[in-house]
Design a protein around this ligand. Structure first.
Ligand code: 13P
Length: 340
């Protein structure tokens, strides 16, 4: 039994390519309502539905210029059904501006019993129905995030095999519903481990993920992978340069990711905006990159804009200009052409 008919494969290929076209990446604006608390707290705004709508209005309604460096935007369920001040749904704004709308479909992390604070991610129940509805409502891609922790004895076999399998099941269901999955096995940056340790673990985690994708027949040409850059843990005293981070990251990916996958997009994981851009740019200057290496940043695209905006209508224009400026820097970094 074929996994997907040819025309469905082609549709997924086309969507994936649009998201990571040269010079473009993804704006992650899919914070759950709980995570939005942190964003709004930065500017002392109450976390309610209307304030979240205003925040998304600032980020998402940037006009046609947005599509110069943003190929797609990941939304949270609530935002997919919200409207801008002009009464037009955010999804329409994105479509009209040439940005592909996507949707976070996981339902968050839950503990793995008996493990050392490790987690899996829930949300497979009714996922097919939700995906079918999201496709009708204008989404063309999805995201699902799993998290893995580096501690003395983790990530364990239990966590790696469970998270790889749930990501593959999610990817399969998403593709069956004509949505390109963004598969995110995030290795969290907390800890005092060095960059060598992160690389070793990244290679292991990716090996489990690729194995599960193969078992579930997932169509590699019609998905994107979202990973953290290979960096030392936040508390590691030895810090690395952008060139070192680039070469460790690229080597881990080269060893584990088949060239059939069209693109790998990085999360920013709490890095400073300029740091994230410099690392991405350094990677795109190195040889042997069979996939597009691009961005799917939340914080590294939003932070300065949020601080400029501060919830005030009169600052909206300046905030949007800042977001577009940073998107442009990252767009150039996907080509290895950013000059700091
Ligand atoms: P950050 O870029 O802020 O890490 O968020 C990206 C994301 O979507 C994590 O799932």
């Amino acid at each position: 039994v074929p996994y997907l008919p040819k025309d469905r494969e082609d549709e997924l290929r086309r969507i994936a390519r649009a998201l990571i076209a040269p010079g473009k990446g993804i704006l992650a604006a899919d914070e759950s309502n709980a995570s939005m608390h942190k964003r709004l707290d930065m500017i002392k705004m109450e976390n309610n539905e209307e304030n979240r709508r205003k925040f998304r209005e600032m980020l998402l309604c940037c006009g046609k210029e947005m599509s110069e460096h943003i190929g797609g935007c990941i939304l949270f369920h609530e935002t997919l059904y919200q409207k801008a001040n002009d009464g037009v749904p955010f999804v329409k704004h994105l479509q009209q501006n040439g940005v592909v709308p996507g949707i976070k479909v996981d339902m968050g992390v839950v503990p793995l019993a008996g493990s050392d604070a490790e987690t899996t991610t829930q949300g497979l129940d009714n996922l097919a129905e939700r995906c079918a509805q999201y496709k009708k409502d204008g989404a063309h891609f999805t995201k699902w995030r799993c998290t893995l922790k580096i501690q003395q004895f983790t990530p364990t076999y239990q966590a790696m095999i469970e998270n790889a399998n749930v990501l593959a099941r999610y990817a399969s269901i998403s593709q069956q519903n004509r949505l390109v999955p963004i598969i995110e096995p995030e290795i969290l940056p907390d800890g005092n481990h060095d960059i060598e340790t992160t690389k070793e673990i990244a290679e292991k985690v990716l090996q489990f993920v690729m194995h599960s994708l193969a078992i579930h027949n997932v169509f590699l040409e019609g998905l994107l992978l979202k990973v953290a850059m290979v960096t030392p843990g936040f508390k590691c005293p030895k810090r690395n340069t952008a060139d070192e981070i680039a070469s460790f990251t690229l080597s881990a990916l080269q060893r584990r990711i088949p060239p059939a996958i069209p693109g790998i997009v990085f999360l920013s994981g709490g890095m400073a905006e300029d740091e994230a851009t410099a690392n991405l740019n350094a990677m795109n200057k190195l040889p042997n990159r069979p996939w597009a290496l691009s961005f799917s940043f939340a914080r590294a695209l939003q932070t300065s804009a949020t601080l400029i905006w501060h919830g005030k209508e009169e600052n909206q224009k300046a905030a949007r200009e800042e977001m577009l400026k940073i998107a442009k820097a990252n767009g150039l970094a996907t080509l290895g052409k950013f000059q700091g």
